[in-house]
Design a protein around this ligand. Structure first.
Ligand SMILES: Nc1ncnc2c1ncn2[C@@H]1O[C@H](COP(=O)(O)OP(=O)(O)OP(=O)(O)O)[C@@H](O)[C@H]1O
Length: 142
C-alpha cells in the first residue's frame, strides 16, 4: 500500500469510528436501507403518494401492453422520484438534528432546495408518464 493510500484508509477508519454503529456485513447494510424505506413509508405522506402513483403507472402500463423498454423507463422514473423523496427526508432529519426547532435561514434553504429537487423530479416523471401512457390510453378509449 502506498503512503497516500494508507493515509486515505486511516482517514476513512477514523470517520467510520465516529458513527454510533457501523454495518459490518452486506446483509446488515440492506437491513438498514430497508429500515430507511420503511421509515419514509410510515412517516412521509408524499413518499406514500409517489409509491401509489408509481404502482398505478405500472399497472396502467401493463394493462395497455406498453413495451418492455417503456416499462423500464417508467420503472427508472418512479425509482428516481422515490430516491429523491428519501434524500429529502434525510436532509430534513439532518437539518432538524442540527438546529432542532430553532429558526435558521440556512436550515430553511437546505429544506427548500431538497423539496425543490423532489418537485422537479416528480414534474419530470409526470411528463414522462404522460408521453408513454397517454397515446395508448387514448387509442384504447377512443
Ligand atoms: N429550522 C428551520 N429554519 C428555517 N426554516 C425552516 C426550518 N424548518 C423548516 N423551515 C421552513 O419550513 C418549511 C417546511 O418545513 P418541513 O420540515 O415541514 O419540510 P417540508 O419540506 O414541508 O416537509 P415534507 O417534505 O415532509 O412535506 C421548509 O421548507 C423551510 O422553508
Amino acid at each position: 500500500m502506498t503512503g497516500q493510500a494508507s493515509t486515505q484508509s486511516a482517514r476513512r477508519t477514523i470517520r467510520r469510528r465516529q458513527s454510533w454503529q457501523v454495518a459490518e456485513t452486506l446483509s446488515k447494510s440492506f437491513t438498514y436501507a430497508g429500515s430507511g424505506i420503511l421509515y419514509a413509508t410510515a412517516t412521509q405522506r408524499n413518499f406514500r403518494i409517489h409509491l401509489i402513483v408509481g404502482t398505478m403507472a405500472f399497472v396502467l402500463g401493463a394493462c395497455l401492453r406498453i413495451t418492455l423498454l417503456e416499462m423500464a423507463v417508467i420503472g427508472l422514473t418512479v425509482a428516481f422520484v422515490l430516491a429523491l423523496e428519501l434524500i429529502n427526508t434525510a436532509v430534513e432529519a439532518t437539518v432538524d438534528l442540527i438546529v432542532g426547532d430553532q429558526y435558521h435561514r440556512l436550515a430553511g434553504i437546505a429544506k427548500d432546495c431538497a423539496a425543490g429537487a423532489v418537485l422537479i423530479g416528480s414534474s419530470a416523471a409526470l411528463v414522462v408518464a404522460a408521453c408513454i401512457l397517454l397515446p395508448p390510453l387514448w387509442r384504447a378509449l377512443f
